[in-house]
Design a protein around this ligand. Sequence first.
Ligand SMILES: C[S@@+](CC[C@H](N)C(=O)[O-])C[C@H]1O[C@@H](n2cnc3c(N)ncnc32)[C@H](O)[C@@H]1O
Length: 248
Amino acid sequence: MRGFDPRTSFGPDVAASYDDQPRGDEDAAADLLAELAGRTASGRALELAIGTGRIAVPLTERGVVVDGIELSAAMVEVLEAKGCDLDVWVGDMAGVATGRSYGLVYLVYNTVFNLLTQDKQVSCFANAAAHLDEDGVFVVEAAVPSAWLPSHSYARPERVEADAVTLDVCTYDPVTQVLDENHVRIDAAGTHFGPVSCRLAWPSELDLMARIAGLCLVERWGGWQRQPYTGHDQHVSVYGWAGGSGPR
Ligand SMILES: C[S@@+](CC[C@H](N)C(=O)[O-])C[C@H]1O[C@@H](n2cnc3c(N)ncnc32)[C@H](O)[C@@H]1O
């Protein structure tokens, strides 16, 4: 998207209001992630793109020690203000190393798509694998691209209130798989833009990225409550070391 800087998508304004409208899957996600972490020897977890701790905070409340990597200093500031005892590294989840290893590494809420090239997404899987213990798993939760793509260009109402509307205005490039999206809010104070670009990837492409990193698909559900995966809407995918081989 012309003029788009990914770092501004989660700047101070977005960070300040990020927790105002929770997605609603926090408890279910934290329950399942705590169970997966609990099956491993270390039980420690690393969240890639931890944001304001929407999932990490309830996960720590379930007794899991969680570290994070996060690009936006503004999101980390909001997280730190919550007073939780979490270590966070500010930087790119496709490359930053914490110097620790974990039983669980996870990346949720479609955030793998915030990496805008296939190379970056491949590097992210490699970085996740580089942080995994021998018995560790990498969990990815993302949309199935078709759920987001009614057509290659569209606008749809996202929120309709008496004194404001928010429109989701999008174009999709099938060559790069990049969806350019602008959340346009119109209210009495004027028009406000919330641009974000995403590189969409089908679960099958993510599975190949896992294989490149030495991992393989262990489980795939259609949501945090272990619903069957139907190929629509969303998937929660669990990757482990291929053939129980452990880190290379
Ligand atoms: C949709 S939010 C998700 C935050 C949190 N995981 C959650 O579930 O609420 C996306 C987050 O990814 C972060 N992010 C985007 N690209 C990143 C990157 N390359 N490395 C680390 N964090 C990134 C953004 O700053 C933002 O905090």
